[in-house]
Design a protein around this ligand. Structure first.
Ligand code: ZN
Length: 278
């Protein structure tokens, strides 16, 4: 369908949507987020699709948002100028991150994230929007955004994904958790051998695809409603506003200016991680 940053393949009743920027660990830029949104909605609307699998090409699921447009080493995109004001940043993150994530979470059909390698920050935010997560045994989950002064990501699924106390530790340390730990915490449904990730995930998707679609969808609706009654959606809304406030603090604005003076993201990440070494 003429996508540049994703691949879409139909396997019987299962739609496999794959982020396809492996050269940058599937960092999510504006084009990828827009195409992913389009493909996920199209699959949800297509009566021939019963289950949607979200994957990342190459060694990693996703390294998070592609921040290159917002530091020195642009090619910048249409949001680059807008993000220079608090209201522009709010609009960008609301439309492109928050709302598009919740579209995935609210799709009527069952969704499965198929996760290998690095699943970092907005990569984890995206995976967490899916109903199920299958991880390969080499998967690692991390949200190091606090090290850069940010209040997590825009959609903070961690309190519900790994529990409140663990969420604080995970976010404050910025340390990775491996696939087994993610399974133990209930963040992922299954851990499978790395070489079998696609086979096992597709087999699970095909089994779920055999449940009559209206039944599977109604059960999803009911469980999501229970989660919302438990405060999930309201907590996400609150966090989004906290996240925006944090972006506009002196602490964060000074750090942003320092990042923009750097020549590459590599330098930014080196700076970020060195002081937090164990
Ligand atoms: Zn943000």
């Amino acid at each position: 369908m003429g996508y540049q940053t994703i691949l879409v393949e139909r396997h019987g009743p299962v739609e496999l949507v794959t982020m396809n920027r492996p050269e940058v660990r599937n960092a999510q830029n504006t084009a990828l987020i827009t195409e992913l949104d389009e493909a996920m909605r199209a699959a949800d609307d297509d009566p021939a699709v019963n289950v949607i699998v979200l994957a990342g090409a190459g060694k990693d699921f996703s390294a998070g948002h592609d921040l290159k447009a917002y530091v020195g080493e642009a090619p910048s995109d249409e949001w680059h100028e807008k993000r220079k004001t608090p209201e522009g940043k709010f609009e960008h993150e609301r439309k492109m991150y928050f709302e598009k994530c919740l579209v995935i979470r609210d799709l009527t059909k069952p969704t499965i994230a198929m996760v290998q390698g690095h699943c970092v920050a907005a990569g984890l935010m995206l995976a967490a929007m899916c109903d199920l997560i299958v991880a390969s045994d080499d998967a690692v989950f991390q949200n190091p955004v606090l090290r850069m002064t940010g209040a997590g990501v825009e959609v903070l699924a961690e309190p519900f994904g790994i529990g409140f106390r663990k969420a604080k530790e995970f976010l404050w340390t910025g340390d990775e958790i491996d696939a087994q730990e993610a399974w133990r915490l209930g963040l992922v449904n299954r851990v499978v051998p790395t070489g079998k990730l696609e086979e096992e995930t597709m087999a699970l998707a095909e089994r779920i695809a055999k449940i009559p679609p209206s039944t599977a969808q109604n059960v999803k609706r009911s469980i999501n409603h229970a989660q919302d009654l438990g405060g999930f959606r309201s907590a996400l809304e609150y966090h989004f506003m906290v996240h925006q406030f944090q972006h506009n603090t002196k602490t964060a604005l000074d750090a942003l200016a320092a990042r923009q003076a750097k020549s590459s993201m590599k330098e930014v990440f080196k700076d970020r991680d060195e002081q937090f070494k164990k």
